[in-house]
Design a protein around this ligand. Structure first.
Ligand code: C2E
Ligand code: CA
Ligand code: CA
Length: 727
């Protein structure tokens, strides 16, 4: 026996407590002596039956030797007492000592709970044998009990541990963001965590093979999923499912995009235990990715594709069109006077207009065509081939009329006009960029021709575009280098021939190019915004000259100097302040200053224009409407503005002698001008017939080569017979 093991049964038997209950002290003594001699250490005797129970309670013996016949309390009664006192004990041996050998007495003792008998007078060996046997049984009983208790404790502990572990694992699975679904080896669905339930994915029951609920999972394109594509079923049949993207349609909710990963569950020796699938909800991530992708390829303001995406699509379309030998068309749209709208109404209004236009473009597109917004006020349309020239024209017409409908922006009604450039591509080998450049040149051409129209690209336009870019760059330089000049064309009283005023006309002394006409650079300056600086320079230079002239006595009292303002300048906030500043700086007489504006300057934002013009009128300036007859030409409309002078466009004057219709228009304009108390000036008078006809119609003033072209200040002064110029 190893040192580790406990006492032997025999040891424990001898260590047991033995209680002898007998009213005869001799018996007690005898038994005690026998037992002690046999090696028992704890032996006690009680000779009064009434003391048996209290002593038992106190001492808790392991065995009791009990005499049946005793005074006060007989053995049966004591036996019953002991049994009820020790009811919880596993095995408490009680041996009865009796002289009565009748079977009745024995039977009764056994019934009352005795374990054995010893008949008096007893033999020592027999007593010892029985006591030892019974005690050995008790020891074994106690050991077994102890063992069982230990086992029960162990089981309880294990169960507690397992419970804690299970709860922990459950909590882990519960708080996973991923949905986890698993089935066992029989294909029974055993597990779905809350995340899976949240996705609306719950195991289908009653299926032989596992599968997620039919009708809830869909392929990415929304089509129904066949059972073979069900990730759990695939994992169960032994496949590894990697990154399978699915759509989950829970009840009522938006569909969620999930990525499924799954595999069979296999034990170490390789037995299949089932299958598990993890479902990761990637809806939000996909949404963000989608949004980022959209942002890179779309215009923020309008949501239309941007230049990058458009070029990409154009590249694809070009390749396809080339392969199929089908023509393709690109339309580039530019909003006329957009910069002006931005200047006058502010950027928010500009944005609102662009948004409205984008919406109209969207609705005007045919299926298959795609629209885009480039920078600023530039839109593009890619027409699904085949689109030849005539179709492209029709599309351009349709888009133009769809877009040129009044739109309310910041409480004002604006009628957007568009310049459209069309590039039709039939030859192979041109890149998307090149096609766009062509369309760009065509837009520019449309702008050059006054806007509100479309042009089809021709190679000559490319040259014009290059020129424009060249002019723009050089013009910035010109302002800084002082290359601009003012020329003056006299205004003549038709009846007396007297010079009553002059119009300042700007020229550009461009190194290497000579004297450039304003027609070559003013439109470009207007488009690029440089016009503000050109205009300031013109106004200041003209007023400086006027201040000099107004001191020379031979200029008549009524002599007025006219300065042209572009439509964009009229809209600019700060025009009145600029005029004040220039007048104060130059000491020019405001009553001798006339500003020429075109009708287009008035129609964009009539209220604002009226306010500006009134402010100028209050300062004594005169306002002339230039090129009258070529624009909106509504005299009633003009009445809203404080206008003093009408300049009849030179196109009418040029043809009035030969064209009756034009002659009648000039007559009507002069007549109406007279009734509205406006001074009429005929432009572009080149012949004496024209001059005579105008006199006959009652026109007061005229300008034109017939009298004089625009000349430098000193030449005008010389024509007047007097010196005096700005130097
Ligand atoms: P506009 O205001 O109608 O100016 C009259 C134009 O007709 C001038 O051309 C003038 O030289 C030209 N002209 C004068 N008499 C005759 C004639 O008998 N026959 C013909 N065929 N033409 C004649 P210019 O100087 O080339 O100016 C062209 C346009 O440029 C002007 O038209 C005006 O709209 C613009 N412009 C000129 N100077 C300025 C300026 O300082 N500021 C702004 N914003 N625009 C200007
Ligand atoms: Ca003019
Ligand atoms: Ca004019």
């Amino acid at each position: 026996m190893s040192a580790m093991s406990g006492p032997t049964v025999a040891d424990e038997v001898l260590a047991a407590r033995v209680l002898v209950v007998d009213d005869e002290p001799g018996n007690v003594l005898l038994l005690t002596r026998h037992l002690q001699r046999a090696g028992f250490v704890h032996v006690e005797g009680v000779t009064d039956a009434r003391w048996a129970l209290p002593r038992f309670r106190e001492w808790r013996p392991d065995i009791v030797l009990l005499d049946l016949a005793m005074p006060y309390r007989d053995g049966f009664t004591v036996l019953r007492d002991l049994r009820s006192e020790a009811s919880g004990e596993e095995f408490l041996p009680v041996v009865v000592l009796t002289a009565d050998t009748s079977p009745d007495s024995r039977l009764r003792a056994l019934r009352e709970g005795a374990n054995d008998f010893i008949v008096k007078p007893f033999r020592a060996e027999e007593v010892l044998l029985r006591v030892r046997n019974l005690l050995a049984t008790r020891v074994l009983h106690l050991r077994l009990q102890e063992h069982n208790e230990q086992l029960a404790r162990l089981v309880a502990e294990r169960t507690r541990d397992l419970d804690a572990e299970r709860q922990f694992l459950q909590a882990v699975l519960d708080c996973l963001e991923e949905g986890i679904v698993a089935c066992d080896a029989d294909g029974r669905l055993r597990f779905a965590n809350p995340a899976a339930a949240r996705l609306g994915v719950q195991p289908a029951t009653g299926t032989t093979l596992p599968g997620l609920v039919p009708g809830q999972l869909h392929a990415c394109d929304g089509s129904a999923l066949s059972p073979d594509e069900d990730p759990l079923r695939r994992a169960f049949t032994g496949y590894r499912v990697v990154g399978q993207e699915l759509l989950v349609r829970g009840p009522g909710d938006d569909p969620r995009t999930v990525v499924a990963n799954g595999r069979p569950i296999v034990s170490d020796p390789g037995d299949r235990l089932g299958a598990v699938v993890a479902l990761q909800d990637v809806t939000d991530r996909r949404r963000v990715e989608e949004e980022l992708r959209r942002r890179v390829l779309h215009d923020q303001l309008t949501g239309l594709p941007n230049r990058v995406l458009f070029l990409d699509r154009l590249g694809v379309a070009l390749a396809r069109a080339e392969r199929d030998h089908r023509p393709l068309a690109v339309l580039l749209l530019n909003v006329d006077h957009f910069a002006g709208i931005n200047d006058t109404l502010g950027h928010e209004a500009g944005d609102a207009l662009l948004t409205a236009l984008a919406e109209r473009i969207r609705t005007a597109l045919r299926p298959g065509d795609s629209g885009a917004r480039f920078a600023g006020d530039e839109f593009a349309v890619l027409c699904e081939p085949p689109v030849g020239e005539s179709t492209a024209r029709r599309i351009a017409e349709r888009i133009r009329s769809a877009l040129s409908v009044p739109v309310e922006v910041s409480g004002r009604w604006i009628t957007p006009e568009l310049s459209i450039g069309i590039a039709v591509q039939r030859d192979a080998g041109r890149s998307a960029e090149e096609v766009l450049q062509d369309a760009h040149a065509a837009v520019f051409h449309a702008k050059q021709r006054g806007g509100g129209r479309y042009e089809i690209f021709e190679s000559s336009q490319r040259q014009q575009l290059l020129e424009r870019l060249d002019v723009e760059a050089a013009l910035r330089h010109a302002l800084a280098e002082g290359q601009l000049r003012l020329y003056y064309q006299p205004t003549v009283d038709l009846r007396t021939g007297e010079v009553v005023g002059a119009e300042a006309l700007v020229r550009w002394q461009r190194p290497g190019e000579g004297l450039l006409s304003p027609l070559r650079f003013i439109p470009i300056a207007e488009q690029t915004g440089l016009i503000a600086r050109v205009g300031q320079w013109v106004l200041r230079a003209a007023c400086t000259q006027l201040a000099l002239w107004q001191q020379t006595p031979l200029l008549g009292d009524g002599f007025t100097l006219s300065v042209n303002l572009s439509a964009r300048e009229v809209g600019t906030a700060g025009l009145v302040e600029l005029v004040d500043d220039v007048l104060a700086g130059t000491k020019a007489d405001p009553r001798r200053l006339c500003l020429e504006i075109t009708e287009t300057a008035l129609v964009h934002d009539p209220d604002r224009a009226a306010a500006t013009l009134r402010a100028l009128r209050e300062r004594g300036l005169r306002i002339a409407v230039d090129d009258f007859g070529t624009g909106q030409s509504s005299l009633t409309y003009l009445q809203r503005f404080p206008i003093g002078v009408l300049k009849v466009d030179r196109s009418f004057v040029a043809s009035m002698v030969t064209n009756r219709n034009d002659a009648e228009i000039v007559a009507a304009v002069i007549d109406l001008g007279r009734r509205l108390d406006l001074v009429t000036v005929a432009e572009g008078v080149e012949t004496d017939q024209q001059a005579a006809a105008l006199v006959a119609l009652g026109c007061q003033l005229a300008q034109g080569y017939y009298f004089s072209a625009a000349v430098p200040a000193e030449r005008l002064a010389a024509q007047l017979g007097r010196a005096g110029n700005a130097g």
